[in-house]
Write a protein that binds this ligand. Structure first.
Ligand code: NAP
Length: 294
């Protein structure tokens, strides 16, 4: 394997391709922006001059997001908000608008997920994941668009997705179905709201491990010994690479891109063939015994 060079490493975090100040005077509203990839996306907007609003449920996540963005020298406001609740979202947008201005960019990054064989999944687990990932994304997008349509101002929405929106996600049926909905929703909204100046795109990360991953997701990943050699790129993603893609999509240079879903995964999801390793059931992969009804 040593002669395989894979895709080159990116420039370090802190570099930007866009001009400094690209997002001066723009407030960027990031759901789930206190952890992992949401925090990385918020950081790249902050480096380019944006004011950042982070919306999520847990104080420790909000504190972490505030500290990270403040350390970059950007204005930041955190708002406790459960994106399943339209009233919470409206209040969060009121607070964001009072603190800065009506956010010009919405990053629908928050999602819920955990691995579970479909036959073991409770109705509550199904409902919760779909409610946060799909319904929450729609409720936030709707709030953002209604305010811009009334104000007569343009805006940009980025919906964070996942590649199993196309392929299905064995072991993650709830999340995969919800992300398929998010991708489809992106396409409907881009057409409906283009006339009002609102651009709507999807942004799909490949494998981007990070320290904030929940123990369920981390445990699932830990079953693969070496993440890098399992990727055509011979490496996993670095968080700034996703942040750069997000800032480009919402920048003046990406204005004519709408209804598109951009995948940042080093071609990992296209790695399919008609002959694959022998089938191992999701139960076995997860180390679960035989299915026990009831
Ligand atoms: P993460 O660290 O677990 O972040 C999820 C965020 O969503 C948390 O900040 C959480 O904050 C927030 N959240 C969850 N439920 C919420 C609710 N009801 N209301 C408001 N906020 C809520 O996950 P991540 O790995 O950074 O993933 C970010 C996005 O990338 C997700 O859309 C995920 O599906 C996608 N993705 C990630 C990867 C990857 O390799 N990491 C791969 C494919 C796709 P609170 O707990 O404070 O509410």
């Amino acid at each position: 394997m040593s002669d395989l060079i894979g895709l080159p490493a990116p420039p370090p975090a802190g570099d930007t391709a866009l001009k400094p100040g690209t997002f001066d005077d723009v407030a960027v509203f990031v759901t789930g922006g206190g952890t992992g990839l949401g925090k990385a996306i918020a950081s790249e907007f902050a480096r380019l001059g944006a004011s950042i609003v982070i919306a999520s449920r847990k104080d420790d996540h909000l504190d972490a997001g505030r500290e990270t963005i403040a350390a970059l020298g950007a204005p930041v406001r955190v708002v406790r908000c459960d994106i399943r609740e339209p009233e919470d979202i409206a209040r969060a947008f009121d607070e964001a608008t009072d603190a800065f201005a009506l956010p010009g960019v919405l990053v629908n990054n928050a999602a819920a997920n955990f691995p579970v064989p479909a036959e073991d999944m409770s109705p509550n687990a199904w409902r919760t994941v779909v409610d946060i990932t799909l319904n929450g994304t729609f409720f936030c997008a709707r709030e953002f668009a209604r305010r811009h349509i009334v104000a007569g101002t343009p805006g940009s929405i980025i919906n964070v997705g996942a590649t199993y929106a196309w392929t299905g996600g064995p072991g993650f049926a709830h999340s995969a179905a919800a992300k398929a909905g998010v991708k489809n929703l992106t396409e409907s909204l881009a057409v409906e709201w283009g006339p009002y100046g609102i651009q709507v795109n999807g942004l799909v990360p490949g494998l981007f491990p990070h320290e904030d991953m929940t123990s369920d997701i981390r445990g699932n990943l830990d079953r693969t010994s070496d993440k890098d050699v399992c990727q055509p790129a011979m490496r996993v993603g670095q968080r700034q690479e996703l942040g750069w893609a997000a800032t480009f999509l919402a920048s003046p240079y990406g204005r004519f891109i709408s209804g598109h879903t951009l995948v940042v995964d080093g071609a990992n999801w296209q790695r399919r063939s008609l002959t694959n390793p022998p089938v191992v059931t999701v139960r076995e992969q997860m180390g679960r015994g035989p299915f026990q009804p009831g």
